[in-house]
Design a protein around this ligand. Structure first.
Ligand SMILES: [Zn+2]
Length: 122
């Protein structure tokens, strides 16, 4: 992803262009906490290199270390497991088959793009 497009996304405005991102271009995962600290949005930001994502949050402490917000999925029928580890394993597996297939992520223009990238203000 080129830098101007990235800045637009971080600023809350999705680029109108269709972006295609090679799996190999995924370098970091950014996680912004939506929990609360002293009644205010926590906003703690974690930038984790892809190679360090697996195990970054311990299986029994998958939560924000600043406000305690749980990062475990709370979905019916889903086991309470660290959701970042399977992502890291999937990416690791896909990188391992890069000689067999090219994997890209496609970000298309969307009417709902603004709502998709804006943080909850509540
Ligand atoms: Zn937090």
């Amino acid at each position: 992803m080129n830098e101007p497009a990235r800045q637009e996304i971080l600023g809350g405005i999705m680029s109108k262009k269709i972006l295609e991102l090679l799996l190999q271009e995924l370098k970091k995962v950014r996680i912004v906490c939506k929990g609360k600290r002293d009644g205010k949005p926590c906003g703690a930001t974690f930038e984790i290199p892809m190679g360090s994502l697996k195990g970054f949050f311990p299986e029994d402490k998958c939560r924000c270390p600043f406000c305690g917000q749980s990062f475990y999925p709370e979905m019916e029928g889903l086991t309470f497991k660290n959701p970042f580890n399977p992502l890291a394993e999937a990416i690791e597996g896909l990188l391992a088959i890069s000689g067999k297939a090219t994997v890209t992520f496609v970000i298309e223009e969307s009417e709902n793009a603004l709502q998709d990238v804006e943080c909850d203000a509540d």
